[in-house]
Ligand binder design. Sequence first.
Ligand code: ZN
Length: 182
Amino acid sequence: MIDKAKIEEAVKMLLEGIGEDPTRPGLVGTPDRIARMCEEIFGGSEERVAKHLSTTFDCDNNDIVIEKDIPVYSMCEHHLLPFYGKAHIAYIPDGKVAGLSKLARTVEEYSHHVQLQEQLTAQISDALMKYLQPKGVMVVLEAEHMCMTMRGVKKPGAKTMTYVCRGEFESTLIDRVLCMIK
Ligand SMILES: [Zn+2]
């Protein structure tokens, strides 16, 4: 899926485009380095999400489960600059629970694409509903966007909060989750 030769070519052109000489010693290895980095930061896969969330454990207690402060690193699709922060996942099981690390893995797989924070939040929620099939899901993301801090409006510290609820998630439960992730 990742075409490393194409990325290397594009990085060389970008360097030329900004007035650099891609053959100078400091830059000669950069296209290859970026191509390899792209495999890591854009190599997310929905297939792996399906596998992570389909491995479940039976559980009689259907009370809410919250995994909070999951680190998120992704790339904004408008500027190709990083946005990073935390994800919080809450769900109401329906007789089965996911492995806790698999929730963090799900966040990671969807973060490893060019993204919109709003879309990332929805994708995590939808994947949980589809593969884990809980009674309800709530996902909250809080992130700082480098396109807001190092360019444009230049407002470091400003955070974007997004949240998505799916299934049975009444307002009292939403308040409870928001209180617990503070
Ligand atoms: Zn942006």
